[in-house]
Ligand binder design. Structure first.
Ligand code: NAP
Length: 247
């Protein structure tokens, strides 16, 4: 790839939390960033703010509303990224939700919503993006898993199952796509301060974290930046970013 070509990153669920900070940090690294957001009014305004922040930093960004659980809409989003940006070098599958509850009380709806958003979406987005990357013979895929996907967590049968699925998917595509110059890794965050965790009792959680604090979206973005480097000799790995919570 020529030195003059600007690399392009697509980040799902990038209007808030971890995705937003990944968008800002990858833009600071010089990448053009596509800020995907859930297509409802508050997220649209938030995504436009992220784009504005990137532009104020001298970077280039584009917001695209698309529900990642809708495979047809996802294909249209990927087509638009290729049309407007010409390529996709980094994919961060970040969009995710929780609908916690004990197994015996969990509704089918809460199970399916989490599976569709956290797991099926990763397939819907990665498949068309992988085709683009295969033609380029390069690309970095970073999937947002969770420590719950490795260790389980009472009250999160739906969420933990999707994150375990994301890890299996990551290892498999790492094997399938390596010969085309594409690498794929997963990040397993512990407790990170975002809208997703704002209702948790953080004092109690911090007492169990060896490094003594919740993580920040910047802690995750640091690892996303590292896993987004071209020519990285690391693939199919799950990187824990949890302050030592599960040592
Ligand atoms: P967040 O602030 O709630 O971010 C998740 C983003 O995904 C939101 O912008 C959300 O939009 C978006 N999203 C949800 N459904 C979507 C859909 N169908 N299509 C497009 N976008 C959608 O939470 P976060 O903590 O930053 O989470 C980011 C990722 O990290 C998730 O995959 C999560 O599972 C993972 N993670 C987080 C933690 C943690 O402690 N925070 C720990 C482990 C893993 P809305 O705002 O409209 O919902």
């Amino acid at each position: 790839m020529s030195e003059n070509i600007q690399r392009v990153a697509l980040i799902t669920g990038a209007s808030s939390g971890i995705g937003k900070i990944c968008a800002l940090e990858l833009a600071k690294e010089g990448l053009q960033v596509v800020v995907n957001y859930y297509p409802v009014p508050p997220c649209e305004a938030e995504a436009n703010e992220v784009v504005k922040e990137i532009e104020n930093l001298g970077g280039k960004a584009l917001a695209i509303g698309c529900d990642v659980t809708d495979s047809k809409a996802v294909q249209e989003m990927v087509d638009r990224v290729v049309k407007d940006c010409g390529r996709i070098d980094v994919l961060v599958n970040n969009a995710g939700i929780t609908r916690d509850g004990l197994l015996i009380r969990m509704s089918d709806e809460d199970w399916e919503k989490v599976v569709n958003t956290n797991f099926n979406s990763v397939f819907y987005v990665t498949k068309p993006v992988a085709k683009v990357m295969m033609k380029q013979r390069s690309g970095n895929i970073v999937n947002m898993a969770s420590i719950t996907g490795v260790y389980g967590n009472a009250g999160q049968a739906n969420y933990a199952s999707t994150k375990a699925g994301v890890i299996g998917f990551t290892k498999t595509i790492a094997k399938e796509l390596a010969s085309r110059g594409i690498i794929a890794n997963a990040i397993a965050p512990g407790f990170i301060k975002t809208p997703m965790t704002e209702k948790l009792d953080t004092e109690k959680i911090e007492a169990n974290i060896p490094l003594g604090r919740l993580g920040t979206p910047e802690d995750i973005a640091d690892v996303v930046k590292f896993l987004s480097r071209p020519n990285l000799y690391i693939t199919g790995q799950v990187i824990g970013v949890d302050g030592g919570l599960v040592i």
